[in-house]
Every structure is written in C-alpha cells, then in structure tokens.
Design a protein around this ligand. Structure first.
Ligand SMILES: Cc1cc2nc3c(=O)[nH]c(=O)nc-3n(C[C@H](O)[C@H](O)[C@H](O)COP(=O)(O)OP(=O)(O)OC[C@H]3O[C@@H](n4cnc5c(N)ncnc54)[C@H](O)[C@@H]3O)c2cc1C
Length: 221
C-alpha cells in the first residue's frame, strides 16, 4: 500500500546529497537497514519509483532519507535535489535490504553509507556501538557524508579513505586486500558492504579470500 507524505525538512549534507525528512504515516513500520520505493508526487514522476533507505530511527515521529543526486542525466534524483518543504513523496511499504546481525565491520562507498546511518543510530540509542567499525570510501573529501558524526561516534573505529585526492587524516586509495589486512585483524566477524556494483564485487572477493562471509548490497550499477 502506498502513502503520500509531505516533506517537512530539507538539509544539504554535501554538494550533491540532501537529508530529507517527511511526515510519517500512522503505524508505518520499518527496521534499521530497510528501504522503500519512493516517487515524487508531481506530474510525470508518480510512477518513477526508486529505492531509498530510511536513515532515521523506527521510533522517530518522522521519516528521513539521505539522497545523492546525479546531475549527469534527467533521472529522479536530479529532481530530488530541487525538493522543497511542502512537496510530496509517495512511499511504499518498507522492505529489507540489509540488517544488523551482530558486531562487525561496515564498509560503504558513497551513498552506500545510508543503511549504516540507520543501523548506527539504532546501536547508539541502545548503547551498543562499541566493537563495530566503519570503513567509508569516497572519491573526494567533499563527498564524505556526515563525517563529523562518524568521527565523534566511532573515533579510532572510523576509517575514511579518499580515492581521487590525498587529504591529511584520511587514507588514500581503494579498499583492496592490502588495505583490509592493514585495518582488520578478525575475519570471523560480520562484514556489511554497501556501495556501487564493482566495489561490492571487488571487496567481497578480497574478504572471501581472507576467510570472511560478507553481506553486500549493490546501490549503483
Ligand atoms: C536497496 C537500495 C537502496 C538505496 N538507497 C539509497 C539511499 O538511501 N540514498 C541514495 O542516495 N541512493 C540509494 N540507492 C540508489 C538509488 O536508488 C539510485 O541512485 C536512484 O535510483 C537513481 O535514480 P535516478 O532516477 O536518478 O537514476 P536512474 O535513471 O534510475 O539511473 C540509475 C543509475 O544509472 C546511471 N545512469 C542512468 N542513466 C544515465 C545517464 N543518461 N547518464 C549517466 N548515468 C546514467 C546513474 O549512475 C544512476 O545512478 C539505493 C539503491 C538500492 C538498490
């Protein structure tokens, strides 16, 4: 069943990422890591549904999404960049993409961080963050979503790597076998990987060779 909800808050998190809050329909339920199909309630876009992940807590009285816009083609996310308070979204029911199964290493590329926002906010609310690590890969320093939040929440357990430039305080380069060996000792723990297709394939292959069984979601082809 779909619901129409009004946008109540819009915040720019980076040059191409917006945090969007909406009304929450009565009784609407999801678990951290779940997603829903979203369409814009405007002419020509009502049938253009795209999957986006909830970044709020199930107990919040609003819904929140963190959405990266692609300006290189006329898709839905280009329209989302122009969204205003009072505009409407059509959302479906929540469905599973990734779920927290226990302490481990979270590896995200770009907008692939979104399911981990909800999962870490949930762990934070329960006081269970300790023992989890986040490795976050982005092209440039200005692409890192919620960097101050991760720094404060995770401290040494947050590693940011930047692939297209060198910046002090960040690793430089792709997450490959060598990178993993440097940052992770235990491959029997959970591994959660989310990002572009090729990244999931490459990292999952390296993790498997190191003895891990990763859970992965592809966000972009
Ligand atoms: C389970 C799941 C959860 C997701 N959650 C989130 C989330 O929380 N936040 C988020 O930001 N994203 C999320 N995504 C990704 C998001 O759904 C896509 O970015 C979105 O569908 C793109 O919509 P679009 O209409 O702009 O692009 P589409 O037209 O659907 O195109 C999809 C992709 O194809 C490429 N592409 C298509 N046409 C062109 C073209 N002409 N030129 C160049 N490139 C092109 C782009 O790289 C684009 O990302 C999620 C994806 C999945 C599968």
């Amino acid at each position: 069943m779909s619901n129409t909800v009004k946008v109540t808050e819009v915040l720019s998190l980076t040059h191409d990422v917006k945090q969007i809050r909406t009304e929450k329909p009565n009784g609407y339920q999801f678990t951290p890591g779940q997603v829903t199909e979203v369409a814009l309630n405007k002419k020509g876009y009502q049938e253009e549904k795209r999957p986006f992940t909830f970044t709020c807590l199930p107990s919040d009285d609003y819904l929140e999404f963190v959405i990266k816009s692609y300006f290189d083609h006329d898709g839905v996310t280009k329209q989302i960049d122009e969204i205003q308070i009072g505009d409407e979204l059509i959302i479906d029911e929540a469905w599973g993409a990734i779920e927290y199964k226990g302490k481990g290493v979270f590896i995200a590329g770009g907008a692939g961080i979104t399911p981990f926002i909800s999962i870490f906010r949930d762990l934070e609310a329960k006081g269970e963050v300790e023992g989890n690590k986040l490795i976050f890969s982005n092209k440039t320093g200005k692409d890192v979503i919620l960097e101050p939040y991760w720094d404060e929440l995770l401290g040494e357990d947050f590693t940011s790597t930047i692939t297209h430039e060198k910046i002090e305080g960040h690793e430089n380069g792709m997450i490959n076998m060598e990178f993993l060996k440097k940052h992770v000792d235990d491959y029997s723990q959970h591994f959660y990987v989310c990002g572009p297709d090729q990244m999931i394939k490459d990292i999952s292959r390296s993790l498997k060779q190191l003895g891990a069984s990763p859970d992965g979601i592809v966000f972009e082809k």
